[in-house]
Design a protein around this ligand. Sequence first.
Ligand SMILES: [Zn+2]
Length: 155
Amino acid sequence: MSTFKLGAKSLKELEGVHADLVAVVKRAIELTVQDFAVHDGLRTLEEQRRLVAQGASQTLDSRHVTGHAVDLVPYINGKLRWEWDPIYKIADAVRVAAREKNIPIRWGGAWDVAFTEVDDSPEDLVADYTARRRQAGKKAFIDGPHYELPKAKYP
Ligand SMILES: [Zn+2]
């Protein structure tokens, strides 16, 4: 059990996010060996438009706009860090938390995989996803901090 706690900013970001996803995040912060902050939860369509214009997101049809997605970013020495090793540790904690609660999660590190139903390490999932996209002649848009509730079960 970790001693990490969600800060006021993280809790604020969780406002308006689906209760199932909030429950997973709150359990994940108890389990994780890597501290994290909720960088982005619910977004307005306006915010989403801006992110797409900046190239930071690929679609206006984002799960963030409907409250079905969160971005969990490593928090290291007082700063948010987009670094893969800590991102993988957070992904491990999210998967354990989600399984405990029986809530399916789709991860931005491997979009086409049912993250909570496979046992491969997050690192391997990203490597395999990238290879699959390359084979298909497509660019791999990887978003390691991103977790969402799958549309099939949460329309
Ligand atoms: Zn996201």
